[in-house]
Design a protein around this ligand. Sequence first.
Ligand code: UD1
Ligand code: MG
Length: 455
Amino acid sequence: MSNRYAVILAAGQGTRMKSKLYKVLHPVCGKPMVQHVVDQVSKLNIKEIVTITGHGAEMVEEQLGSSSKYALQVEQLGTAHAVMQARELLEGKEGVTIVVCGDTPLIKHETMEALFKHHEELSAKATILTAHAESPFGYGRVIRNEQAMVEKIVEHKDASEEERKIKEINTGTYCFDNKALFEALNKVTNDNVQGEYYLPDVIEILKNEGEIVTAYQTADFEETLGVNDRVALSQAETFMKKRINEEHMRNGVTIIDPLNTYIGADVKIGSDTVLYPGTILSGNTLIGSDCVIGPHTEISDCHIGDQTVIRQSAAYDSHIGSQVNIGPFAHIRPQSDIHDEVKIGNFVEVKKSVFGKGSKASHLSYIGDAEIGKDVNLGCGSITVNYDGKNKYLTKIEDGVFIGCNSNLVAPVTIGEGAYVAAGSTITEDVPGEALSIARARQVNKENYVQKLNK
Ligand code: UD1
Ligand code: MG
């Protein structure tokens, strides 16, 4: 195998997206398009990946980090001009360079591997990855001669009526002999409708020099979809979503209604977990085995153990253990740490709090900035009063505490191990362990009051 290099084109503004966000940073299933591309390219045994940045260069570099080197294209004069910017990093190197557009998020490493193989087997100087498109509008068309050999690529805008009928399109991914690529780039001109330096022109240049130029057609057009506007973005989302859901199903996850289940590209799920409709899992979320999630549940950046049930709820940036039962209608806010066998029932909001093993808040509570021990029972309507308008304070509830219904715990405050708080209390001072604390007005019954009133 020859040395492999990669150039990823990501400098364009993406005018057709009509967006403040640079095109290649638009997410597909929660991950920026260019990140999808780099993740796939990274699986190809590449010596050096060079990403061409321009519009939003800093943001693109921040996104991709050290997985790539960068070359800046100050002015976006076309895709050939973009590749030229990698000259200092790559020119003169022996090997094969794959060029991929940052706006083709569905491209798979297996297909790129097949492209490399095809290129190497035919000892070609250039190999285009092509696909058959039912609606080829906007794509460059592959022009072949009578012997079906590739002659050149014509951009949609430059194509004649006849050429526009061709359904074999340039996917924007190519393998080049690295040296031949940089030599040919010097000869590309901008004599076309858009006044741009087109990378596909390298094909015709090499062909005219008598070099071997080939095409490798992939059977799957979906994979090569180029995202230039929001319509294509939504198509990419649909294709990617299907791909991700099917992979989870093949790995043993039950998805009741895949069309209405949205799983981010980096989410991991254990086997025999069941996802009900309306489930949205995103970010760096990890769900164990035998869980039941949904219906109508949003989980983002959470680590969840096994056999946990979360129904009609939202959870963000938190740890949730095994055999936990959450919902319906619970809200787990960031930095919460819910240990095993906890129950968080309907209309309970938890924020930046620890729930020790086996503790329960079954109904209608707000628990914020709290450290709750094991086997604590928080009665219906338990509230941690954590905020005085300026600062937030901690509520500590030790193991085995029982908080009666409708109690306010005014922080900072500690309820000692095994203590009881009577229903309806507003606790403003620490409660010693094993104590019963009652902090409410005594009940007064005025006997025969109504009779007196009516006299
Ligand atoms: C390009 C191809 C077209 C192909 C299609 C596949 C050219 C001239 N045309 O068209 O044959 O069918 O992709 O999706 O190459 N970019 C830069 N610098 C520039 C211009 C573009 O980095 O100066 C980047 C863009 O950020 C983008 C990629 O190159 O990621 C492709 O550019 P785009 O404008 O989307 O080209 P298409 O019109 O889609
Ligand atoms: Mg494009």
